[in-house]
Ligand binder design. Structure first.
Ligand code: BES
Ligand code: MN
Ligand code: MN
Length: 465
């Protein structure tokens, strides 16, 4: 397979490949929003149709207990290796809508300083419809130019953004269908468009909801204030006590299983280009913040965290209402690193919160979805194939990095199917995933489509040795 064959086909079909993605982005497939059920089905059907057009066989919309998985395959030779492509067609909710410069499901292309060739602004453009669709187009190129060197299976799910609750059971029931050698996923970031990188890990997640109840009803804050525990005051104090002055998490046992990296590994990580000044400028913050003794790259990659995602209670309407609320709530997530376990961390969190609550309030801790961390060695031959593919198209060897985000199902691929995952992402952290004005560079979209077939080339070559 020559790179020029891919580039020629890509150049001739660029505009169509872009328009197809824009069509996909127009369907509001928000998995968290139960009013979007129809859009979810429509998106699954669109993915099915596109896979079929690209040349996949046995394409089907597989029902699960939740939103369906779209499956398709091309088996060229049973003796050749099989790559399974994973991606997700669901997206995060678009709100707050008023902060979008253009409607989230009406994609527009605009230039930005980081994307001088233009970027597609739409919810899901980067996470993950844009990145997932690169694989469909790369597959089309390999089919149409007769260069597919190994077997391929697609598994595109619709519940990633809500924790993939139905995918685990579906995998367990479909192990035969999912026989393969490696997962290939584009749902992570690269450092910069002139600095390719490949994630060698993902953090796990434990997500909790805390409800603190004080008095049995909202009270007059003058008549009762000072005489009963205010659940919001109490919750704030409990949350604040979760970090010490060094910004370490104080929950007993939290760090017990954390794998510390060796000095050599940390030195290797520190080679990844990172500018604190640009980081601060991008986020408009005066200074960085985080656990003492670790760099920003380490804090967001190899260290576990505890963050409040939302907190509410009491009066938040217009003006002032003097009230001592009966209840306070918070959603708290903990990002986990190898070898922490989400069930264990959820349990010690729950015990800790029950233990530090003062008498006078009741605390209920409810775990939401979780997921386990994942790591892969850069010496893995499939990682090497991805590295070679990116080196060919970026003219630079990609840097191994750790992704701070989570794709919980990746650990399950390893546990249930015994398969590793290659996290060959093409988005940028600054593409505003999950935020208003999410976008994806045209450069990134086309570069991904161009690079993916080369992964197959190098992977097939490795496996035939
Ligand atoms: N694609 C992201 C994960 C990601 C983004 C990993 C950037 C590395 C770099 C994924 O769609 C996501 O948002 N995952 C969620 C977890 C899920 C359980 C809601 C996350 O990380 O918050
Ligand atoms: Mn994603
Ligand atoms: Mn996401």
């Amino acid at each position: 397979m020559e790179r020029s064959t891919i580039v020629t086909y890509l150049e001739a079909n660029k505009d169509r490949m872009l328009n197809e993605l824009l069509d996909l982005l127009r369907i509001p497939s928000v998995s968290a929003d139960s009013s979007k059920k129809e859009a979810m089905q429509k998106t699954a059907e669109a993915v099915k149709q596109r896979l079929t057009e690209a040349g996949a066989d046995n394409v089907e919309i597989c029902p699960t207990d939740g939103y369906p998985v779209v499956y398709g395959e091309k088996i060229i030779d049973k003796n050749k290796p099989t790559v399974i492509v994973y991606g997700h067609y669901d997206v995060q909710p678009a709100d707050p809508l008023e902060l979008w410069d253009s409607p989230p499901f009406e994609p527009v292309i605009k230039k930005t300083p980081i994307h001088p060739q233009g970027a597609i602004f739409a919810r899901g453009s980067c996470d993950d419809k844009g990145q997932m669709y690169m694989h469909v187009k790369a597959f089309e190129i390999m089919m149409k130019t007769n260069t597919l060197p190994c077997n391929i299976k697609f598994m595109i799910e619709g519940e990633e953004e809500v924790g993939s609750p139905s995918l685990g059971p579906w995998i367990k029931k479909n192990k035969e269908k999912l026989k393969g050698d490696i997962f290939l996923i584009s749902d992570t970031s690269i450092i910069a468009n002139d600095t390719p990188s490949i994630d060698t890990g993902l953090r796990g997640l434990a997500y909790m909801e805390v409800e603190v109840t004080g008095p049995n009803r909202d009270l007059h804050s003058g008549v009762y204030g000072g005489g009963v525990a205010n659940p919001i005051n109490v919750l704030c104090k409990m949350i604040a006590s979760c970090h010490d002055e060094n910004k370490h998490v104080t929950i007993p046992g939290f760090y017990d299983k954390v794998v510390e990296l060796s000095d050599d590994e940390r030195k290797e990580m520190a080679k990844a280009p990172f500018s604190i000044e640009e980081f601060k400028k991008d986020l408009n913050i005066e200074d960085i913040y985080g656990e003492n003794g670790y760099s920003t790259i380490e804090r967001t990659g190899i260290r576990p965290t505890l963050d409040v995602n939302g907190i509410w209670g009491g009066y938040i309407g217009e003006g002032a209402k003097t009230v001592l609320p009966s209840k306070a709530f918070a959603k708290i997530s903990m990002r986990l690193v190898p070898n922490q376990n989400s069930d264990e961390i959820s349990e010690i969190f729950q015990k800790h919160f029950e233990c530090i609550a003062p008498k006078g309030v009741k605390v209920i801790v409810k775990p939401h979805h979780g997921g386990e961390p994942f790591v892969i060695s850069p010496t893995n031959p499939a990682y090497q194939a991805a590295s070679k593919a990116m080196e060919e198209t970026y003219n630079k060897k990609p840097v191994p990095t750790r992704g701070g985000g989570s794709i919980p199902i990746v650990a399950l691929f390893k546990e249930e199917l015994g398969l590793d995952s290659i996290l060959m992402g093409f988005g940028l952290d600054s593409d505003a995933l999950h935020s208003p004005n999410e976008h994806y560079g045209l450069f990134n979209y086309y570069k991904g489509i161009e690079t993916i077939p080369l992964f197959y080339k190098h992977y097939a070559a490795l496996s035939s040795k």
